[in-house]
Design a protein. Structure first.
Length: 162
């Protein structure tokens, strides 16, 4: 369920997506609002689940994760317990940074970060391919990442105040 956002909410969210460490005083001044209003808005956005977490975004290459792999996983069966068990299994692999279920010819798309191709090969054979129900894995290695962002486009919601 989406949350109705007004223009101040969207400006706050845009600013926080750029730098969540900006002091409330500076943010309020920049947005031409009061500190208490901005603080209350942020708390409301947290309580509503719009802001899930505040994190530091790391550069994978600077911490030794040189290879980005997209793995498409096809399951051999689709029983009630097979798909959730797969999700739970990959959730515990630190190499898997995203897991998406898909409609179409494959069941899951995984975004995986590893040190090198040898590291992925080991992960592939010793962990990923051994998960119960995995039939086929098709892996693509990213050669160049032209851009990446965690920012999402936030717009004023219907029914919101502008």
């Amino acid at each position: 369920m989406s949350v109705s956002l007004d223009s101040l909410d969207t400006r706050i969210l845009d600013a926080l997506q750029r730098d969540a460490t900006e002091p409330i005083n500076d943010l309020a001044e920049r947005l031409a609002s009061s500190k208490s209003v901005v603080w209350r808005r942020i708390q409301r956005l947290i309580d509503a689940g719009v802001i899930r977490e505040r994190v530091a975004i790391l550069d994978p290459k600077k911490v030794g994760l040189e290879v980005l792999v997209f793995a498409q996983v096809k399951m051999s069966r689709h029983g009630r317990d097979v798909l959730p068990k797969f999700v739970e299994a990959v959730r515990h692999f630190p190499q898997v940074v995203e897991c998406h279920s898909l409609m179409g010819s494959v069941d899951f798309l995984l975004k995986i970060l590893v040190r090198d191709v040898k590291d992925y090969e080991s992960f592939f054979w010793n962990q990923l391919s051994k998960i119960d129900g995995v039939q086929e894995i098709s892996s693509s290695i990213s050669m160049t990442q032209f851009f990446s962002t965690t920012r999402i486009p936030v717009q004023t919601g219907a029914g919101g105040k502008d």
